[in-house]
Design a protein around this ligand. Structure first.
Ligand code: AMP
Ligand code: FE
Ligand code: FE
Ligand code: ZN
Length: 283
């Protein structure tokens, strides 16, 4: 029996969380979690520190990632759990994504610098140096007093249609599922209903993802709409997919709190049973 809630989606300062992996583990302990997954964007660089920090605490750590992918013209986030971090294809592809994120952020900042008091060094100072993204640009804008907080930046200047947004390269979501599965991991679509019921992935596309090894859908997420969640539950039943719920904690970078959505022990068991890359760690 788990001793507390299971939260399978969190970020550290390796990507756009505001806490180091050690601080993230401390926060997970303070929140009384039984299990936490560390799922930084496009990087596994926080795994070892998280496991070391959890040593002797009894907290179970699930090693994971949130891959940036695309489907048609849209950005899609894909959670991957317990895969081999040395898998050559995943290492190469996440490296490419991180490199392109860097160039893209630099180009965005060059555009922003024409209109706002912001430099590339400001942004680098906000990043942990591994996976850079709009949140670090937001933090730099906050530090310069241009906006009040990250959310305000995302609602205006950094919004998709805010005039400064640029996309970055990423694999297709189908390739993402194939890669995570081939590396012995379990792939779960992250927050797939943030744009409502009609925008949830269509059955034909989902069927292809399931064929490629997709294990689950993240249904419990604050940004999934209620109608969208209903659709996800229908699709999960139709395709026999695992459903998860998680916080998508980013420390102080987002209002999301640990364990605000949780995953059942049965769902976690199914995820673990689908994997052969690395083991969950509890000590
Ligand atoms: P990027 O991948 O660089 O385009 O940035 C997207 C990231 O920004 C996501 O991973 C979110 O965690 C973060 N994000 C999106 N919207 C917001 C928001 N309103 N407030 C804070 N962070 C956000
Ligand atoms: Fe994020
Ligand atoms: Fe995400
Ligand atoms: Zn996330």
């Amino acid at each position: 029996m788990p001793r507390g809630p299971i939260d399978l989606h969190t970020h550290s300062s390796v990507s756009d969380g505001t806490e180091t992996p050690t601080q993230l583990i401390r926060a997970a302990l303070a929140a009384g979690l039984d299990t936490v997954a560390i799922t930084d964007h496009d990087s596994t660089a926080g795994w070892n520190e998280a496991i070391t920090a959890a040593e002797g605490t009894g907290l179970q750590v699930i090693r994971g990632i949130e891959l940036s992918t695309r489907h048609e013209w849209r950005s899609v986030h894909l959670l991957g759990y317990l895969f081999d971090p040395n898998d050559a294809e995943l290492v190469a592809e996440t490296g490419r994504t991180r490199d392109d994120r860097l160039g893209r952020a630099e180009r965005m900042v060059a555009r922003l610098a024409e209109d706002f008091d912001i430099t590339w060094d400001d942004v680098l100072a906000q990043s942990g140096g591994v996976t850079i993204g709009r949140p670090h640009i937001a933090d730099a804008l906050v530090a310069r007093g241009v906006v009040a907080n990250r959310s305000a930046a995302f609602e205006s200047i950094l919004h998709f249609s805010g005039g400064y947004y640029l996309p970055h390269e990423a694999p297709t979501v189908l390739d993402g599922v194939r890669m995570i599965t081939a590396a012995g991991g379990a792939a779960v679509l992250a927050h797939p209903a943030t744009r409502g019921r009609e925008a949830v992935v269509d059955e034909r596309s989902l069927a292809r993802l399931v064929e490629a090894g997709l294990v689950g859908l993240e249904v419990g997420h604050r940004e999934n709409t209620p109608e969208g969640r209903e659709r996800l539950l229908e699709l999960a039943a139709e395709f026999d997919l695992v459903t998860t719920g998680s916080s998508d904690y980013h420390g102080e970078g987002k209002p999301n709190r640990l364990a605000e959505n949780t995953t059942t022990p049965e769902a976690l068991d199914r995820i673990i049973a689908a994997t052969s890359g690395v083991e969950p760690v509890r000590s």
